[in-house]
Design a protein around this ligand. Structure first.
Ligand code: PEP
Ligand code: MN
Length: 291
């Protein structure tokens, strides 16, 4: 075992203690992550323009999801690739989310971007920044919900110690996200490490979600991997969806179409029922389902 692993303290689950529930502020009230509800967050990889994010938000709301995703500050492998709309993108994301009754999640790459991110319910630390300790310390002081993605080559202990930075700095509003790790396999973009999802659910008290889009890089694998994640005990999903994937400026090759997102939520509901969980649905949909 990595000798530093024993330093993970605050993130560890105490025997018998309940899991941490992270409330996300949304226009319809708080969405509890880590409770009985399974929370689906969906949206495009990047906010591209007002029409694209509005159409995406409508699709996400129509599929009964809780949270709209959309990157505005984008960590791109190539410096020549679309880098995101920055603060304007955040504004478009928040407006589309509010109009469609959704909470919002987006990535923060640098603490200097935080003033532009007021109103974002969940601040995403991307895989590439998992061990940006200065950023983690700044987010610890902020005490707002943080989504900590696992680094593409991070061990479980390194991931938990990165979360420990947030808790040690006073922020226990932390959600972990497994998004695939780099292995010898090239048939998929990354390898979804569901063993770690089950392990981390046992070892920590923090909610854990799965990103099947970056994990697989293939839209046809998103539904099966999502069902597997739900069965393995995940508390939710982060899924990429785009109204026209072929026109996307970022990650279109892995995006679901709106119809496929509805199929995903339809197929999740009975599976979650079988494992004692409930798919989060907005109130009117819950009432419809109960009739
Ligand atoms: C993303 O969510 O669009 C993203 C960049 O993810 P990751 O940090 O997991 O690569
Ligand atoms: Mn992406």
């Amino acid at each position: 075992m990595n000798p530093a692993a024993s330093d993970a303290r605050l993130v560890l689950r105490r025997p018998g203690a309940p899991g941490t529930v992270v409330p996300l502020a949304g226009p319809r009230g708080a969405i509890a992550l880590g409770g009985r509800d399974f929370v689906v967050m969906a949206g495009p990889c990047a906010v591209e323009d007002p029409a694209q994010i509005e159409e995406s938000a409508r699709a996400v709301a129509e599929a009964g999801c809780a949270v709209l995703r959309g990157g505005a500050f984008k960590p791109r492998t190539s410096p020549y690739a679309f880098q995101g709309l920055g603060a304007d993108g955040v504004r478009l994301l928040l407006e589309a989310a509010r109009r469609n009754g959704l909470a919002a999640v987006t990535e923060v790459m640098d603490a200097a971007q935080l003033p532009a991110l007021e109103g974002v319910a969940l601040l995403q630390v991307g895989a590439r920044n998992m061990q940006n300790f200065t950023l983690l310390q700044a987010l610890a002081r902020l005490r707002r919900p943080v989504l900590l993605k696992r680094g593409p080559a991070a061990t479980v202990d390194e991931w938990l110690l990165a979360a420990e930075y947030l808790l040690a700095g006073g922020n226990d509003q932390v959600v972990l996200c497994e998004r695939g790790i780099r292995t010898f396999e090239t048939a998929t973009r990354n390898t979804l490490d569901l063993s770690s999802v089950a392990l981390v659910k046992q070892r920590t008290h923090l909610p854990v979600i799965v990103d099947p889009s970056h994990a697989s890089g293939r839209p046809e694998l998103v539904v099966p991997l999502s069902l597997a994640a739900a069965a393995a005990g995940a508390d939710g999903l982060l899924v990429e969806v785009h109204p026209r994937p072929e026109e996307a400026l970022c990650d279109g090759h892995q995006a679901l179409r709106p119809r496929e997102l509805r199929e995903l939520t339809d197929r999740l509901a009975p599976l979650l029922d079988a494992v004692g969980r409930t798919l989060w649905r907005p109130e009117p949909a819950r009432r419809r389902a109960a009739r």
